[in-house]
Write a protein that binds this ligand. Structure first.
Ligand SMILES: Cc1cc2nc3c(=O)[nH]c(=O)nc-3n(C[C@H](O)[C@H](O)[C@H](O)COP(=O)(O)O)c2cc1C
Length: 366
C-alpha cells in the first residue's frame, strides 16, 4: 500500500511520513511554532536561519532561541546533552552574505552543535565560495557533526556541484517558486527528472560511492495534486509547499495574508526579477539569483518606466509612513491555489492525504 511506503527521506527523518511535506525556511515568515507543528504532523519544518553569520548577528541569536523554543514545543528535552536528542526540525541558511566565508564555521556551526536540528538546509552560495571550496568545507564540517545536509539548487550544474560537495538531499527549486531562486532556472517538471538522470549517470564521476542523494521538488507545489505530480518525477522526489505562508502560525502580516488569499492566476499576478531587491534595498543576492513576488505597485511603476531612484524613494517613504501598498510580497505562481488560512498541521495532513488518494486513484485507473 502506498501509505505504508518508507522512502529515502523518511529513512533520514524517522519522525516523518511519506510523502514528506516540507515547510521551507521562509525568512521573516516561518518560525519555531510553524516548524514544530509541521514536524509533529509528520512533515519536516525548517526554521529560517537568515544570512548574517557575524558574531553579534540577530539572525543567529534568533535562530538559537527559535531552536530552543522548537525543542520545548516538541517536548524533546535533552537527557544528557542536546547532542543525544536531535530535533525533528531543520535550520535553513542563506549563504550569499560575505560573512558566510569568514564566520560560518565559528558562529553557525557551534550553535547548530548545541541545538541539534535534524537537518541543515543551505541555499544561494556566492559563485566564488563554491569555486574556492568554502561551501564544500562547510558541508563536510556539518556532515562530520552528523547533520543531514539539504541543499537547494535551481540548475542541473548547481545540483551536480552540490552532489560532488557531499550533500544528502538536493532540493530542486523550479522557477514557479516564490522568493529567491536561480535567475536562469527551469520548471520542476523538467528540472527534477534531469537532476535524477544526472545523478544516476554520473555516480562515478561525482564520487558518490554507496551514497544516495535524495531529490526533493520545490516550486509551485501547493496541494495534493502538485505533490502527486512531483512524486512521479523521480523515485526519490518529495515536496515543499507554500500554503504555509498563510498558516495560522506563520509570521505573515494581515495585509499580506489578504493579498495572498485574494490573488488568482499566479503567472501574470507575480513577477520573477532582480529589480524588487534593488527597490527594497536587499543587496545580498548576486547576479545568479533573482526573486518571484506579487507584481505590486513598486513593480508596476518600474514596468511603466519609473527611474529606480524614484521608486526606492517612494518605497522608503511609504515604509516610514506605515503604508504597506509598496511592500514586496514574495510568493510563487501557486498563489492562485491558496484559498484559506489553516493550522500548519492540517495543511500537512490534508496535502499528504490528498496526494496519496490521487496516487491510488491513478493506480486503479490504469
Ligand atoms: C516568503 C518566502 C521566503 C523564503 N525564504 C527562503 C529562505 O529564507 N531560504 C530559502 O532557502 N528559501 C526561501 N524561500 C524559497 C523556498 O525555499 C522555496 O524554494 C519556495 O517557497 C518553493 O516554491 P513555492 O513558493 O512555489 O512553494 C522563500 C520563499 C518564500 C515564498
Amino acid at each position: 500500500m502506498v501509505h505504508q511506503t518508507r522512502s529515502k527521506l523518511t529513512a533520514l527523518f524517522p519522525h516523518a511520513q511519506h510523502p514528506v511535506i516540507i515547510s521551507a525556511p521562509m525568512l521573516g515568515t516561518a518560525n519555531s511554532t510553524l516548524a514544530a507543528e509541521v514536524s509533529k504532523a509528520g512533515g519536516l519544518g525548517i526554521i529560517p536561519a537568515g544570512f548574517d553569520f557575524t558574531p553579534s548577528s540577530t539572525h543567529l541569536t534568533t535562530l538559537d532561541s527559535e531552536l530552543s523554543a522548537a525543542r520545548t514545543k516538541l517536548n524533546i528535552l535533552p537527557t544528557v546533552s542536546k547532542y543525544d536528542d536531535p530535533l525533528p526540525v531543520g535550520a535553513g541558511f542563506i549563504l550569499s552574505h560575505p560573512s558566510f566565508l569568514t564566520h560560518f564555521l565559528t558562529t553557525a556551526l557551534p550553535l547548530l552543535r548545541a541545538n541539534r536540528p535534524a537537518a541543515v538546509w543551505l541555499f544561494a552560495p556566492r559563485a566564488d565560495d563554491v569555486a574556492s571550496g568554502a561551501v564544500r568545507t562547510a558541508i563536510a564540517a556539518l556532515k562530520a557533526e552528523g547533520f543531514v545536509v539539504m541543499f537547494q539548487v535551481g540548475t542541473v550544474a548547481a545540483a551536480r556541484q552540490a552532489a560532488r560537495d557531499g550533500v544528502d538531499v538536493l532540493v530542486c527549486q523550479g522557477v514557479d517558486a516564490g522568493g529567491h531562486q536561480f535567475a536562469g532556472g527551469a520548471g520542476v517538471v523538467s528540472l527534477v527528472p534531469e537532476v535524477v538522470d544526472m545523478l544516476a549517470q554520473e555516480r562515478e564521476e561525482l564520487g558518490l560511492g554507496e551514497r544516495e542523494v535524495v531529490v526533493v521538488a520545490a516550486g509551485g507545489i501547493v496541494d495534493g495534486r502538485g505533490v502527486a505530480a512531483a512524486l512521479a518525477l523521480g523515485k526519490f522526489s518529495c515536496v515543499c509547499v507554500v500554503q504555509f505562508t498563510v498558516a495560522e502560525e506563520a509570521w505573515t502580516p494581515e495585509f499580506r495574508r489578504n493579498l495572498i488569499l485574494e490573488t488568482r492566476d499566479g503567472g501574470p499576478a507575480t513577477v520573477k526579477t532582480p529589480v524588487l531587491d534593488d527597490i527594497q534595498g536587499t543587496p545580498i543576492w548576486s547576479g545568479i539569483y533573482d526573486g518571484r513576488a506579487l507584481a505590486g505597485k513598486s513593480w508596476q511603476d518600474h514596468a511603466a518606466g519609473m527611474p529606480l531612484e524614484e521608486n526606492r524613494r517612494l518605497f522608503k517613504e511609504a515604509d516610514k509612513a506605515g503604508d504597506t501598498s509598496r511592500k514586496i510580497t514574495w510568493v510563487g505562481t501557486g498563489v492562485g491555489l491558496v484559498k484559506r488560512i489553516q493550522p500548519a498541521a492540517d495543511i500537512v495532513r490534508e496535502v499528504r492525504g490528498d496526494a496519496l488518494r490521487r496516487i491510488r486513484g491513478l493506480q486503479s485507473a490504469s
